[in-house]
Design a protein around this ligand. Structure first.
Ligand SMILES: [Zn+2]
Length: 197
């Protein structure tokens, strides 16, 4: 009879399958080495990998690479985006932060043609994006560490992501961009940060 795959893979002294339940995350029971430090470490690693795979699915990250690498790259990308968005938020005036532009209507006819702009008390979209990305960065970093990536490597990815965003910021600052080009920065830069990650 085929041995039951869900039961312990070890065998009794008479050669029969062990028949006991394996330990959590293991293929063998306590008697058959499930408690050894190597077995426990391997089990921990398997559980962490499962966690990393789960997080990769949750965040919609690329699946072609090792789930731990995917998490690390997301830390890198998110750190760059946070740094970038922080710079955008810092450039907003106190009023802009609170009074978002709700809509803009161009009036062709009527007594006073022109653009009608409605402002309403709402957090500026950049502030919202910044807060959302910041929370995401904290979450991904936490998951990465829980998945067994050394904290040192996670912090390094954060620093490198922020470094890259800083470089882009400086390059764009040195270029004499037209208002149209400047308006595109907000969409172009995050897109490419995503592509690099
Ligand atoms: Zn056993």
């Amino acid at each position: 009879m085929d041995p039951d795959k869900s039961k312990c893979a070890g065998r009794r002294s008479n050669g029969e399958p062990c028949g006991k339940w394996p330990m959590h995350g293991q293929r063998v029971c306590n008697t058959h080495g499930g408690s050894s430090p190597q077995a426990k470490a391997a089990a921990e690693r398997r559980l962490q990998t499962a966690q990393a795979e789960q997080a990769v699915a949750t965040y919609g990250l690329p699946r072609e690479i090792d789930p731990r690498e995917a998490l690390l790259e997301e830390v890198y990308r998110a750190a760059g985006a946070v740094d970038w968005l922080r710079a955008q938020v810092e450039r907003l005036t106190a009023e802009q932060v609170i009074w978002g532009k709700a809509e803009e209507v161009e009036k062709q006819a009527g007594e006073f043609p022109g653009v009608d702009t409605t402002h309403k008390a709402a957090v500026h979209v950049w502030v919202e994006l910044y807060n959302r990305e910041r929370k995401h960065l904290v979450d991904v970093a936490k998951v990465a560490i829980a998945a067994g990536i050394e904290e040192r490597r996670v912090r390094l990815a954060e620093q490198q992501g922020a470094l890259l965003a800083g470089v882009i910021k400086n390059i764009l600052g040195d270029l004499d961009l037209s208002p149209e080009q400047q308006a595109m920065i907000g969409t172009v830069v995050p897109r490419h940060l995503r592509a690099v990650a």
